[in-house]
Design a protein around this ligand. Structure first.
Ligand SMILES: NC(=O)c1ccc[n+]([C@@H]2O[C@H](COP(=O)([O-])OP(=O)(O)OC[C@H]3O[C@@H](n4cnc5c(N)ncnc54)[C@H](OP(=O)(O)O)[C@@H]3O)[C@@H](O)[C@H]2O)c1
Length: 304
């Protein structure tokens, strides 16, 4: 496993992170096994959100820590806040404060290492967000801050007021979900791929030392594109690299994400211990420039 230090922090974070959105349905022993597998494979970074299974994912994770409190010091725990499911987005201080209190309680920890704003709140008042970030940092309840699903100017606006550096932006990204790459390839063209949907967020994050955390690296809609005949060409391109590098399909996808010079930190959602440990081999492989484009095109993306 590779580690990196997100700009403006003293964290030593694993290049691959474990997402905890799917752990609510695991038994206690399955959850213990998954977290242990992560740590043994070198993954020390865990991503949560207060809304995952209405808090049950954080509770399940809290149970793992309760059964073995020594694990807490070995991990970086990130959670997200600001979504009121199916209703609204809410970055008002009282709501953010209540989310943090809830997460601390469910996780059973004294502090959260990283807090992200989950999705932009149309009514966001950046001065208020700055005030609550300041308070959460001063109280020691949150170590670092970031955002998720934010575009360049939304981050710029927040950062104008927040004293704390925004260190992460979590965004959907995989070979089948590439808008933040497409627009940079189809510059000044009239085709749909040329539409800038995110304010060139990938370049913005690179310029500002913000690490992009790709979410759902293996998903197309509700299922995975891996092994799915609907994505035959892509699976054939992945298989070619799987054979060449002696790693699994999922590891090939992660190697593809990691090959991008933005030095992203993919968040995997698998709860299968074998799969997870095999995925970590991705950091030992560097695919070539040509192979990166082969996978990009095999996913149906066009080169003008
Ligand atoms: N910020 C946001 O808005 C946002 C949104 C969604 C998710 N997230 C974060 O991102 C994390 C990952 O998201 P995700 O779980 O949707 O992403 P994912 O890792 O792309 O998808 C996980 C699913 O893919 C399956 N899978 C993995 N490898 C496979 C293979 N080789 N063949 C077939 N199926 C395979 C897994 O099944 P197995 O469990 O059986 O391996 C699991 O059901 C979440 O846990 C969460 O932390 C953030």
């Amino acid at each position: 496993m590779e580690y990196f230090t997100p700009q403006g922090t003293d964290l030593k974070a694993s290049r691959i992170a474990q997402g905890c959105m799917r752990i609510a349905g695991l038994s206690d022993s399955e959850a213990d096994a998954l977290i242990r597998t992560d740590l043994e494979s070198g993954i020390n970074f865990f991503d949560h959100a207060d809304i995952y299974s209405h808090g049950a994912c954080e509770e399940k994770f809290g149970g793992v820590l309760k059964r073995d409190p020594s694990l807490r010091d070995k991990m970086i725990i990130q959670t997200k806040c600001g979504i009121v499911i199916g209703t609204r987005y809410d970055f008002r201080p009282e709501y953010i404060r209540s989310c943090v209190e809830g997460s601390l309680k469910r996780l059973g920890v004294e502090h959260i290492d990283v807090l992200l704003l989950h999705r932009p709140d149309a009514l966001c008042e950046p001065e208020e967000v700055a005030r609550v970030f300041e308070e959460l940092e001063r109280s020691g309840k949150v170590g670092y801050f970031g955002v998720s699903n934010h575009n360049s100017f939304q981050i710029e606006l927040l950062q104008k007021y927040c004293q704390q550096k925004l260190i992460f932006n979590q965004l959907q990204f995989s070979p089948v979900h590439t808008p933040m790459i497409d627009a940079g390839i189809h510059v000044n063209m009239k085709d749909k791929a040329g539409i800038v949907r995110d304010g060139m967020v990938l370049d913005y994050c690179r310029l500002n030392g913000i690490t992009v955390q790709p979410w759902s690296p293996f998903r197309a809609g509700l299922t995975s594109y891996l092994g799915n005949p609907r994505f035959g060409k892509l699976n054939r391109a992945i298989k070619k690299l799987r054979v060449k590098y002696g790693i699994t399909d999922s590891a090939v996808v992660l190697a593809w994400i990691l090959r991008h010079p933005a030095a992203m930190q993919p968040i995997i959602g698998s709860t299968d211990c074998t799969r997870v440990s095999q995925m970590c081999k991705a950091t030992e492989v560097t695919i070539s420039h040509e192979e990166w484009y082969d996978v990009y095109r095999a996913a149906g993306n066009k080169i003008p």
